[in-house]
Design a binder for this molecule. Structure first.
Ligand code: ZN
Length: 199
């Protein structure tokens, strides 16, 4: 690839996105090239400065344009209920159900000792603080139903055992090992509905 080959450069950049191989990257690049120039420019504009324009919510870790995300700012949300998720796409999947009226706490990761991710890397202090300050009485741990997700759920339950908060776990039904963000809405809705107390 030479620096003055704009198509090769675009394909190379696109192929670094998750799940996008070189062939898909090429298909996308030509789609943009052969489409309206306005779209290509809007796409470039949306990408430019995304890191500066988007910030993590100071309460829950969700992404937004302000220090507090739209969910945390919404007065209709039930502040007594917090759903713990591994990442923002899982929050988006749960929001798409339209049935969850509580708020979230995004870990931005899961316990993975082999990868050097221990409890100190997860924002659990912040979660404990919220429970103390926001009148929370239930924490639903909606981490994925795989080894790391289960280990994280147990750790969260343990860390909160001293507080009076009820800790529950989404029910099995989400395909085992499956990611929440790829789970169909009916299954995900049922897993949330049928949650069980951790202890
Ligand atoms: Zn928030």
């Amino acid at each position: 690839m030479t620096p003055n080959d704009p198509i090769a450069s675009l394909i190379s950049l696109l192929s670094r996105l998750p799940g996008i191989g070189t062939r898909t990257a090429a298909r996308l690049a030509f789609h943009v090239l052969e489409g309206e120039q306005q779209y290509a420019e809007a796409l470039g504009e949306a990408l430019r400065g995304i890191h500066d324009r988007v910030t993590r919510c100071e309460l829950c870790g969700n992404y937004g344009a302000e220090s507090r995300c739209a969910i945390c700012q919404d007065p209709r949300r039930d502040t007594s209920l917090i759903c713990v998720v591994a990442k923002v796409p899982d929050l988006i999947a749960l929001e798409a159900l339209g049935s969850f009226r509580g708020r979230y706490h995004v870990l931005h990761g899961l316990l993975a000792p082999l990868d050097g991710i221990g409890p100190n890397q997860l924002p659990l202090d912040a979660l404990e603080r919220r429970i103390a300050e926001e009148g929370v009485n239930e924490v639903i741990v909606a981490t994925p139903l795989n080894v790391e997700g289960e280990a994280t759920a147990l750790y969260v339950a343990d860390a909160l055992s001293a507080s009076a908060v009820r800790v529950s776990r989404i029910a099995a039904g989400v395909p085992h090992g499956g990611e929440l963000e790829f789970t169909d809405q009916v299954t995900l809705g049922r897993a949330l509905e049928d949650r069980r107390a951790v202890r």
